[in-house]
Ligand binder design. Sequence first.
Ligand code: HEM
Length: 495
Amino acid sequence: MNILLIFVVLLGTYFIIKWFKDQQKTPLPPGPGLLECLKITWRMLRKNDIHLMSADLCRRYGEIFNIKIFSENIVMLNSSRVIRKVLLSSQYRDVTNDRPPTFVKKHIVYDGHDIVLRNFDLFHVKLRKIVHRSVKLYGDGVRVFEDMVKNETKNLQNHLETSNKTCIDLDRALTVSLLRVLHIFLTNEAPIDTKDVCETIEEYDHFINVIFKSSNNMVLTKFPWVRFVPGSLRQMWINTKNAQNRLNDLYLNPSIIKRMKSHGKGILGNILNEAVDDEEIDQDCIKGILSNMVVAGYLTTKGALSGFFLLMLYYPEIQRRIQEEIDEYIGRDRDPNLDDRSVMHYTNAAILECLRFIGHIPLGIPHMTREEIEVEGMRIPANATIICNLWMMSHSDQVWNNPDDFVPERFLDDSGKLLPIEHPLRVQFIPFGTGRRNCVGESFAKSRIFLYVTSLLQKFTFSPGENKLARLHPATWKPNAAMQPDFLNCCIQTR
Ligand code: HEM
């Protein structure tokens, strides 16, 4: 009893001293009190949608606010201005570009030996360069990329042409096509068994989505031993690891490694060859990058394209205007190419507006502070999680007129030209993040989206027909690692 009393007194004294010390420091960003933080934690445990609460929290606490979850500081940055300041400015960027230690980082992505979840250092810069080099969207690389995507968009066109045109599962068709492109991007070879490729990657992505859910990731991060306790979390952990083993067997089996090393092309060929001279690129690193590519390189673009075509079903007038632009600059016979982007202002605006409207990576990928920093009179402690609230950035009614409407014209000037990248409205919009951890696949993703959109709308008109449409507003979509509409059945007409 006495020992317990001493313990309680010591603990109480510790918290009182800590509280007094904290009072003397620069204050943390404002934020909800204890009770509301508990409510938010509870909501995160049940749903994965705290981005939907952020408008209200921003109104009350401003562009930067702090939420305490399990006694940890989660600092939300709610505009591109503060995101740039904290992640990009020379004052802070050396200490704001790590990733927090999560269950997924430690136990799924090989203790952060990958690109997406590893902490920032020179080796990280090197790995990013290898991926950039593999994407190679400059010089000859542009033609190689165009030819690779062109083949696949042609396959997709043929598939759609021969399907039952009154009820196309466009979501499925896009999935298969994008996974084939991903396979080629990884291996520089067309898949022999498309079914196997699709099943393996889709299975892995499914379990990553499940384990990434805030509730699962939060519980497992706090109590990692739960993965050994019989129950649903253990089963999920086993399923994810099994799916990951199958992915590794598909892409990193001895015969494929031998082939990749000998031709040295595609992301795997590149990385395996680099590994020969650099022992830091070990097995875990290669597996980690493979995992990154099948999640970041596929789910994101798939979400954007499915979202885009759902928008076309809801906005036939906008679809028609894009088709008119295609007819004017590309015509019906020539294949679209990436040079066409420079003159197709309306199509570019519609793609940008789609990325804004769907905001399908609502909270980006969390960052972590290496040291304590002071931003605009507020203290962000060391090891705080920083969340870039990309949802708020693209849906704030302080920045966007009627943010819940899909209006490509907002990205056009009076003469119908795309607003330049330095225009204040474009500066507000950074769907691919910014600074040292910005998206490695940005130009790859944008180019792929452009080629898919133009080659499909060149040949077909999409309409709902008798099909039920998924709900349009992304606030209603399942909050996965990258959100997508639930389904995309539609009717097509050859033009
Ligand atoms: C519409 C498509 C895409 C969107 C909206 C998107 C968005 C993002 C965002 C918001 C981040 C986090 C930035 C940060 O942490 O501050 C990111 C990181 C990343 N993305 Fe993408 N992405 C897309 C497509 C792709 C593709 C196709 C690839 C692969 C080729 C890719 C690879 C990566 C990687 C490797 C990172 C981690 C970079 C790092 O931590 O250093 N992404 N992306």
